[in-house]
Design a binder for this molecule. Sequence first.
Ligand SMILES: [Zn+2]
Length: 235
Amino acid sequence: MTTVAAARRTASSTSSKGVAWARYGSRGLHVALLQKKLNERGARLAVDGIFGQKTLAAVKRYQQQRGLAVDGVVGPKTWGSLGVQASSNGGRVGGTSPSSPAPSGPGTRTTGYINGRPQSITVSPIGNGKYLRSDAAAAFNRMKADAARAGVNLSAVSGFRTMAEQTYLYNLYKSGRGNLAARPGYSNHQGGIAVDVSTGGSYSSSAYRWLAANGRRYGFVNDVRGEPWHWTYRG
Ligand SMILES: [Zn+2]
């Protein structure tokens, strides 16, 4: 069953521990982390997870000040000088997925949106390079471990989303190419409390059935009709 491609994927995912590289056009949590780190060093960037012109200018300025190659690309040297371990293989660059592994520690501060209003939240990893608000992440990880003991795999396919990611998904939905996605600013994914679990889209999947029976004990409810995968943490 183990194909060469699968083996290579496994190898690269284990060797890519660390934050993805970032460059002009990159989006995601790793870019938000970059913006936060640059702000701690005097930049004044919006922490929106979008690597645009202003972030590029701030990166180049920082690289120049530190005597790094001024290429605007945040790879191992630039990440390292910001105190963050970069992935050895570059990670995903320029993608729209919030897939950068989190730095270790109590959580990463970022901007979430609740009912259209920005709010500072702390997110923590829940596996698969996904995140939830830290209290929801702790509940999810506990739930996932208990489900695993019952032989059920709760695999997160989406968790916390930055404004950039929600906007991307909303535009896909509007153009008829994506799943239903809430208006940017109004998704529980942006508050870090909604997680999409791999269910194959089926109410008869083992993941859905286990969650329907047990999710509430951990604070998770299935609150979007027609979406067996979407679970919201209500505490
Ligand atoms: Zn969802």
